[in-house]
Design a protein around this ligand. Structure first.
Ligand code: ADP
Ligand code: MG
Length: 902
């Protein structure tokens, strides 16, 4: 099945009779492929991109399209598959998603030009772009609400740095990173693609981190990370002689940033996207949250990898793609500096109380297109008139927003924090982009097409020369229309029509029955025969031909003028790119502030107090995601709980006990989420909250809860626990959920015990420790800053009801068998379990437990009867005894008898 090749007749001469060894085209293909070994080569042939050899085999399988063969090479068939150019984007998307990188090779001259070099010469082709996951700009290849990060890991000696850029939005940031923090930083940035020196793949510590990236990793030769080259690349990018204006960068930072720019140049074939000035971020700017904690807390996606059900999905009320991306970035990177956090809280506070203003702002934002992404496409030459219209409409929305915000000059209630900054940026950005705005407004039609190719996007009346040629074109069309009636009169053929098609251009058409009337002596001079087909005979006239060529010339001229105007608008937009980026950022920030204010009112969130203390005091806190889930099921309502780990409280280390399903994990996580929300600058689900800045957040879950990821090994749990004990500080918040569960009871308990002691004595972090080992509550007597709380349950008629309430104290027992009963385990099993439990508990008090269990009748021997009885033989015997009626001797005998029943 290879009709797609057959349908590209213009290629046939090139292909010759086949692609036998070294036809000129084959030679060209092999040359280009040799330079792009790591890429699938999309080789343009007419209306298709063709893939050959191994590329074809891989491509056909990945895309689920037919694999065919054509010609032969070195005696073997050449595998082949192809995708139509007009649908290429959707195939690219599939390939990128599956981890491939694609080199797009185009024809850069037409066949006629090639022929001039000789009958056998091949059309010139060049790779015009490398498509990789981190360098996408097309809307169809991107998700509107997610950033598309490209990250480079640079190195100078033993120093490391990470540079990150979202080329589709212009972000460009670099920061120094400790080797041990690289994995955590990568988790924070959540990149689509990571560039790293290939030498690092041999580094024993970094290799596992890099390999875990899977297909997102793009190893590059170490020379690409040279810091001297990096400095030169940055200077060239910003067209400056010295980088001082951007800050001072370390050699590792120059290495990372330079490698990233080099890669953009390589993949975009020299067309660099419009990046914002490189920003340097301090090492401790963000709350450190490692990958395991992010996963475990389900911040941006759930354990099963979906966005729905994550914290992000639950809190997202943004109305623009840029706002959604900004929200996700803030959630991934909670801050550690109080002033910025406070300014974000100020903005939410303001918008939460000004509901009219909030509504107006959100209305204006809804109309704002994605300025940043339109600009990115224009900057790499992949933009169209629709992208210019996006800039125009974005600028209009910005102007509307500035007006809305101008109205809020109430001196009693000054708009503080982020709003003030956004307003300032809007005023400045709108002013700086006014020339662009005027030009776009004046020239562009309201709804221009996506592609510049066919013209039709410049308003009439906006450009005199364009109006003239369009007038000429339209006038000629009108004359042609009037020709039809004149020709009908002259020929007497009432059904004569003037038509147009792509092959003949304009022509006159009659039915075969009337054709003779146009070939009379009088008319033969005028009507020249052109074509006879089954149902029609077609003619032309000099007059028509002249008009037609005038139309096509005018159309060509109009296209050229439009193209020129388009290019000038793009150039102006790129000159204005900093102002546009500033506006785009202000719009995104306003979207986030109003969205979080909206959320705060809908979900009853409060402004947390954030400072530099070691306080962690939450009154009636709630788990936002569990609460939302309960709401949507309109089932029970969420039970709020207090948590106070502050100095001077009952304890900074809380040991949480309680049966399964009682709400321990929920309580732990809700406090971690509240810390994150507070420091990302959002309001929090509580009645009040006071959070002293958390420098690092750790959350670990006992192996059994991590089954979803299929890596529930005890080893992983221990590696992760080790990381906490080595890194957590007094300012950290640690959540340990059933650590030690993945191994046998006694060593599990021992590990949990020692971990709690270390946390208390050495790390001194604020911590919540959930455990099912009640034995650990004994620790509270020795560890002064540890306190025990338990999830309350009420027992009722032999069953238990979970109250989901945290109360002081320890659970007196684990209720595991109760839960098993609730779950419907057979009565026989429950009964047997109760017996074994009793034996074990007695064993703990000094007897030999296993011997006692051996003495119990085997499970098979006691089908269902006995387990139903709740009382033992001893109890039964005692029930009938009246102690007052016994003589001392009888009492002694009874004691012997009772003992014998055991
Ligand atoms: P545990 O860790 O103690 O086994 P979980 O925290 O997993 O218990 O909670 C089990 C279920 O109980 C949750 O899925 C949720 O539906 C419910 N739950 C937990 N905490 C609360 C609460 N505070 N209010 C209402 N329901 C809760
Ligand atoms: Mg749990």
């Amino acid at each position: 099945m290879n009709e797609h090749v057959a349908s590209t007749p213009d290629m046939a001469p090139e292909m010759g009779s086949g692609m036998d060894a070294k036809t000129p085209m084959m030679a060209q293909y092999l040359d280009i492929k040799a330079e792009h070994r790591d890429y699938l080569l999309f080789y343009r042939m007419g209306d298709f991109y063709e893939l050959f050899f191994d590329d074809a085999i891989k491509g056909a399988e990945a895309l689920d399209i037919a694999l065919t063969k054509r010609g032969s090479h070195q005696g073997r068939d050449i595998p082949l598959c192809g995708v139509p150019v007009h649908a290429a984007e959707q195939y690219l998307e599939k390939l990128i998603r599956k981890g491939f990188r694609v080199a797009v090779c185009e024809q850069v001259e037409d066949a006629a030009e090639a022929k001039k070099r000789g009958a056998k010469s091949v059309v010139r082709r060049e790779v015009v772009r490398l498509v990789t996951p981190g360098t996408l700009t097309e809307d169809s290849l991107l998700e509107a609400r997610s950033a598309n990060m490209l990250v480079a890991l640079g190195r100078a000696g033993s120093d490391f740095a990470l540079a990150s850029a979202d080329m589709s939005a212009g972000e460009f940031v670099v920061s120094t990173v400790q080797p041990g923090d690289i994995a955590g930083e990568l988790a924070r940035l959540s990149p689509r693609e990571v560039l790293a020196p290939d030498g690092l793949l041999a580094d024993e510590h970094l290799a596992p981190v890099l390999k875990a990236l899977g297909p997102a990793l793009s190893p590059l030769p170490s020379i690409k990370f040279d810091s001297g080259n990096g400095e030169r690349a940055l200077k060239a990018l910003y067209r400056v002689a010295a980088l001082d204006a951007f800050g001072s960068f370390s050699r590792a930072e120059l290495s990372a940033a330079g490698a990233l720019i080099g890669y953009l140049e390589l993949t975009q074939k020299g067309k660099l996207p419009a990046l914002k000035p490189l920003a340097r971020v301090g090492e401790r700017a963000f709350m450190a949250i490692d990958a395991a904690t992010r996963r475990n807390l389900e911040l941006c996606e759930t354990l099963t990898g979906t966005r729905g059900g994550s914290l992000l999905a639950t809190i997202d009320r943004t109305v623009t793609g840029a706002g959604a991306r900004e929200l996700a970035s803030r959630l991934s990177s909670p801050l550690t500096d109080t002033p910025t956090i406070t300014s974000r809280h100020d903005a939410i506070d303001y918008f939460a109380s000004e509901s009219d203003l909030r509504r107006d702002v959100r209305e204006a934002l809804r109309r704002a297109p994605d300025i940043a992404r339109a600009l990115a496409r224009l900057s790499v030459g992949r933009g169209g008139p629709r992208d210019l219209a996006n800039l125009r409409d974005g600028l209009n929305a910005a102007r509307d927003l500035r007006k809305s915000l101008d109205g809020i000059g109430d001196p009693l209630k000054p708009a503080a924090g982020e709003i003030a900054k956004a307003r300032h940026d809007l005023v400045e950005g709108v002013a700086a982009a006014s020339a662009l705005s005027d030009r776009l407004e004046f020239l562009l039609v309201p709804e221009p097409p996506f592609l510049a190719r066919d013209g039709g996007y410049i308003k009439s009346g906006s450009h005199a020369a364009l109006d003239d040629v369009r007038g000429l074109r339209d006038e000629s069309r009108r004359i042609i229309a009037s020709l039809e009636s004149r020709y009908r009169e002259e020929s007497g053929v009432g059904s004569l029509r003037i038509k147009h098609n792509g092959v003949l251009g304009y022509f006159i058409e009659t039915t075969p029955a009337h054709a003779d009337k146009l070939q009379t002596d009088a008319l033969r001079q005028t009507f020249r025969h052109r074509q006879t087909i089954g149902s029609a005979v077609r003619f032309s006239t000099d007059e028509l031909a002249t008009l037609a060529s005038r139309i096509s010339q005018a159309a060509d001229q109009a296209l050229a003028i439009e193209r020129e105007l388009f290019d000038a608008m793009v150039a102006l937009a790129l000159e204005t790119h900093l102002a546009l980026a500033q506006l785009a950022d202000a719009l995104a920030a306003l979207d986030v502030s109003t969205a979080l204010a909206e959320l705060a009112t809908q979900q009853r969130l409060v402004r947390p107090k954030v400072d530099e203390s070691l306080t962690f005091k939450i009154a009636r806190g709630r788990h936002p995601v569990v609460e939302a889930a309960l709401q949507s099921e309109s089932a029970k309502s969420f039970v709020p709980n207090d948590c106070d780990l502050s100095p001077g409280s009952a304890g900074r280390l809380w040991l949480v006990t309680g049966p399964n399903m009682a709400g321990k994990s929920t309580f732990l996580r809700q406090n971690a989420l509240i810390a994150i929300l507070a420091q990302m600058g959002a309001f929090v689900p509580a009645e009040s909250a006071h959070v002293g800045i958390v420098d690092r957040l750790f959350s670990r879950v006992g192996a059994a809860d991590d089954l979803a990821r299929g890596r529930s090994t005890f080893m992983v749990e221990m590696v992760e626990t080790a990381a906490i004990l080595n890194q957590a500080t007094e300012k950290s918040l640690v959540i340990l959920d059933e650590i030690g569960r993945g191994t046998a009871t006694f060593d599990g308990l021992a590990i949990a015990w020692a971990t709690a002691e270390h946390l208390h004595e050495k790390n001194k972090s604020r911590a919540l420790f959930a455990t099912h080992y009640h034995e650990m509550t004994a620790l509270a007597e020795r560890l002064h800053a540890m306190t025990c709380v338990t999830m309350r349950v009420s027992e009722w008629n032999d069953t238990i009801v979970f109250l989901h309430e945290v109360a002081a104290g320890a659970a007196d027992r684990s209720y595991g068998i109760h839960v098993a009963k609730l779950a419907g385990l057979p009565a026989a099993v429950i009964g047997r379990a109760e017996e074994v439990l009793r034996a074990l508990e007695e064993g703990r008090e000094g007897h030999k437990p296993l011997a006692r269990i051996d003495d119990l009748p085997l499970f098979q021997a006691t089908p269902t009867a006995k387990p139903q009885s709740k009382t033992s033989g001893v109890e039964d015997a005692l029930r009938d005894v009246s102690p007052d009626a016994l003589s001392p001797r009888e009492a002694l005998e009874l004691l012997y008898a009772l003992k014998a029943k055991l």
